[in-house]
Design a protein around this ligand. Sequence first.
Ligand code: WTA
Length: 651
Amino acid sequence: MTEKKAIEALTFEERVFPPSDEFVAQANAGLEIYEEAEADWLGFWQKQALERVTWFKEPEVVLDDSEAPFFKWFSDGQLNVSYNCLDRHLETGGDKVAYYWEGEPGDTREITYRELYEEVCQVANGLAGLGLKKGDRVALYLGMVPELAIAMLACARLGVAHSVVFGGFSSDALAQRIQDAECKVLITGDGSWRRGKSFPLKENADVAVAECPSIEHVVVVKRTGEEVAWDDAKDVWYHDLIDGQPKEREPEVMDAEDMLYILYTSGTTAKPKGIVHTTGGYLAGAATTHHYVFDIKPDDVYWCAADIGWVTGHSYIVYGPLANHTTGVMYEGTPDFPDKDRLWQIVEKYKVTKFYTAPTAIRAFMKWGEEYPAKHDLSSLKLLGTVGEPINPEAWIWYHRVIGGESCPIVDTWWQTETGAIMITPLPGAVATKPGSATKGFPGIFPDIVDDSGESVPLGGGGYLVIRKPWPSMLRTIYGDPERYKETYWSQHEGIYFAGDGCKRDDEGYFWLLGRVDDVMNVSGHRLSTTEIESALVAHDAVAEAAVVGRADEITGQAIAAFVTLRSGVTGDEALVKELRNWVSEKISPIARPASIVLTDDLPKTRSGKIMRRLLKDISEQRQLGDVTTLANADVVSAISDMAASRPQED
Ligand code: WTA
């Protein structure tokens, strides 16, 4: 009965890619690790936590659920996260490179673990000199410069919680986040490079700070060299702050449940939620997943091309990789500056072995064309990863073929700011992958799919993604709002974590993410996810990217409105639009046939690259646009509005 289904599963992709014998032979884990975690999941996490984290006091308690959903992990353990990322590596390899940093204009910096340790200690000493103590909060508002990672680690060393605000956000967004956490210090820059232009960090910071009485000092990293307004009472240059500071400092002894950081996720309309992560469980989760999912080896050159302003950067540029003593690449700018081959040039230059990016980037590479990666030797790559949105199977295949040379496993990793670490993913040496599926729960993680009444949906069906048991790197609360934490994540179904994503499972139990539950459409009584229809569109040779929304319709409840970006070199006309509508109908089913298709050069996206379907829905229903503060590319919206108004195609 269709009306009982939370979300329908329309199609399943059939291509399967088992790991090669060669990869399996050298992999960090095989299938046995799933069995181990299945047999004793708390024992599994305890073992990982003891093996991958160095504790000042080893924990004996694994999970304390006495105040659920306020779970505690390793609660009697003590540690310091910066000690784990730095100090303990000095003896075994202080000269190993921690980061190859590549500035957008082409300047570079190579930082060893010892150099990183020394600068972190200097910054920690400088910040302590400004009066910061364990338990305080600091806001960081910077571009992708090494000083951002250094400042995070310096905070961790002092037991000060950091709140990183993405360096492209407005002064309003910054002020709101500073106020919510009552940060005492803001660390920013004069500006940051983006597509050859300077983004005015200090100018924005000044506007924000004027509304933030809690800020006592503003530390300013000199990057672009542009002139900035200066308040002698508050402002201090980063280089002056660290000048002459000792290159060592004892790390603060932290309880496992002390706060490490706050990171805000923007709800679509409501006030951003300050997601709180603590030290012990978070580090154990980030380090364990990083080791197994990316199959990390001592000689890897690992590049997570996300921004540190998002959780992906926190867990997989800074904490996980450094805890694992990995060499990483960090790049300041955009992928198309000075040209569209910049990332591939960097892969070639540093001989990157593991590369992790987002579907939105992959679709942009597809749109730009294969000639850009073709200019470079990408043969150093051994594994590719993706995160952030469902990946359309055709984008997966493109990534596999063009970037991976058909020889790299792809890990499609599902997780959230809230989960702190990867939750659903293949282990590359153990699980055969299927394009578009994040495959299985990580060992010791228990995802499931439920219907409206909270019952498990049998294999082959779709519904709401939940996590049945707590996990070490989970969020602990929403900063200052424990009620909202309970309400948002733990109230839909008693005692289980509600992720807010739709998902389906195939007969082998593989998970296929279907996008946010808020985006699910209701067409003639069918609850359809946007993802499958978008993926069908992207499977057409002419298409690079697609977004689908349900627009109000008198007859069907909602009608499917599609927005499509074509690959470069393809011209769109009425005939193509007709062909695409029929194509979806054939590929999936006539109920999935879009009522209208608008061809557009770009789609509205958040600053982390997720498609903002909500705005496309507003456009389709000719309504005033809702909240646009997180919109990265405002100009595309008006262009799409004009086109949408002139294109009725229903039949
Ligand atoms: C989506 C990013 C499908 C999902 C780490 C989730 C994904 C939200 C995937 C969290 C994936 C992330 N497949 N969807 N592999 N990874 N998502 O907080 O909707 O920025 O709930 O964390 O991104 O986004 P966030």
